[in-house]
Design a protein around this ligand. Sequence first.
Ligand SMILES: Nc1ncnc2c1ncn2[C@@H]1O[C@H](COP(=O)(O)OP(=O)(O)OP(=O)(O)O)[C@@H](O)[C@H]1O
Ligand SMILES: [Mg+2]
Length: 302
Amino acid sequence: MINVSALTHDYGHGRGVFDISFDVNGGETLGFLGPNGAGKSTTMRHLMGFSKPQKGTVSIAGLDCTKQSRQIMEKVGYLPGEVALPEGLTGRAFIKMMQDMRGVKDGGRTDELLERFDLDPGGNVKRMSIGEKRKLAVVAAFMSDPDILLLDEPTSGLDPVMQEEFISFIREEKQKGKTILLSSHIFSEVEALCDRIAIVKEGRLVSSVDAADVRHGLHNIMTLEFENAKDFTEFSKAPLDFKLRDRRLLKCSVVVDDDQINRFIGAIKRFKLKSFEEHSVTLEEYFMHFYKSNKTFGGAAA
Ligand SMILES: Nc1ncnc2c1ncn2[C@@H]1O[C@H](COP(=O)(O)OP(=O)(O)OP(=O)(O)O)[C@@H](O)[C@H]1O
Ligand SMILES: [Mg+2]
């Protein structure tokens, strides 16, 4: 449904997007992750037809985003990363303007959205708080009930209650079969919503993984503290994937995947332990590691 093919836009000094390719299938939610300045918003702006690729193509539902940007704007719900609202309008006037632009005749859905996100559109947009402006942009993006959504850090600026509300709202949208590209820095949001995750770094796509594979592939780390040095020393020789062996504290940490659990239990049962702790690697730790290093991991590197 969404296709980005060899998208390149070099802004100089190593900035921009370089040879980015990915697809989002119909009904799928793709999480678009990456550090600040990685190229997420730039890619989305190209998909909306606001910027023209220097090389490569971008299309949505068979429409060329660059040449058919008018149709794209009608078809796609876009929530920009930075909401710039026209000065001097009330929220209500802005909504009316957006309804006219998007050809929304029935304001029923708009009213539902206003109520759901608890927004009073009566005031001047200039005097709205960051969160209120964000909510207004959410209402504008969803008012025409589009099948395809480009959401650029949709919950930034929303309070925790509204973030949760937004996540359950997107869950319902997913159930209706919507196709969504969602950029985010919030791992819990990505974990809750995305079927697949693409990671962009310094303008290049460095990884594309199935969220289910990531969840499944996450490790469990067992930390054991031994009662005596003899047991510690003996256990340390076991053929296991040790992350840490601290002779002074008599502590070991071992990576134990689900399929190794029985072997692990067999290996520990004859030793005297002082403490035992299990810790799962979270999606956040998994990606943080990736953000910080140049490693690629998990499934097909793009
Ligand atoms: N019109 C432009 N002119 C010059 N540089 C630009 C332009 N648009 C984007 N860039 C540069 O391209 C890079 C990617 O920016 P982009 O906004 O896409 O990052 P991002 O991944 O959305 O980051 P963030 O997480 O901070 O929102 C940045 O270094 C930015 O300065
Ligand atoms: Mg951005």
